[in-house]
Design a protein around this ligand. Structure first.
Ligand code: ITT
Length: 187
């Protein structure tokens, strides 16, 4: 079993659905870990992954994600978790009241600690922020994010439809293809 360290049940469930399509089993290590403050999601993800060694036996991986809104110059980005639990989706919609440029993207950086090195896999999906909260599936910003090519928010999709196009699915596809190709030992 490969270990996925996250405190977020929704992330784990999405990853498990993706892993099963690659014939891979993953185990949930439910743990909240410390994150540095930085404007780069890659650096935050790398640093957290490295600091977990000693607490978790490799190979394990983590997922660092965020929503980047163009009109707000990338906000909330690396502050996505804090912003989601404070002003939330209503707060984001208020910040964008009357704004026509609603472009945004979701980014996921997965970091894998293989023991001797850390590998990263990135996924990005472009879209726009809706004008109201729509749908009740998913988590976080899903009810206000409409991916390009769709007229529904992620929260109006089931897990498999979100997983067909999401930032997380792109990053995890990279990870699972790498694990299979390199036959990383799964203790
Ligand atoms: P871990 O760090 O323990 O994995 P977390 O929820 O704190 O869990 P992040 O810092 O990576 O994870 O995520 C920041 C926030 O961005 C998260 O709390 C959600 O509110 C939001 N988010 C991340 N991925 C999302 C997705 O696929 N859909 C909607 N919101 C998402």
């Amino acid at each position: 079993m490969y270990k996925f360290v996250t405190s977020n049940r929704h992330k784990f469930e999405e990853a498990r659905d993706l892993a099963s399509r690659h014939g891979i089993d993953i185990e949930w290590i439910q743990m909240k870990y410390e994150e540095i403050q930085d404007d780069s999601t890659e650096r935050i993800s790398y640093d957290s992954c490295k600091k977990l060694s000693g607490k978790v036996d490799p190979p394990y991986f983590i997922d660092d994600s965020g929503l980047f809104i163009e009109y707000l110059k990338g906000f909330p980005g690396p502050y996505s978790s804090y912003v989601s639990s404070t002003i939330g989706n209503e707060g984001i919609l208020k910040l964008l009241e009357g704004v026509t440029n609603r472009s945004a993207y979701f980014l996921t950086v997965v970091s894998l600690n293989e023991g001797h090195s850390i590998m990263q896999f990135t996924g990005k999906v472009m879209g726009k922020i809706s004008t109201s909260i729509m749908g009740s599936n998913g988590f976080g910003y899903d009810p206000i994010f409409i991916p390009d090519g769709s007229d529904r928010t992620f929260a109006e999709m089931d897990t498999s439809s979100k997983n067909a196009i999401s930032h997380r699915s792109i990053a995890f596809r990279g990870l699972f293809e790498y694990l299979r190709a390199n036959r990383i030992s799964n203790k």
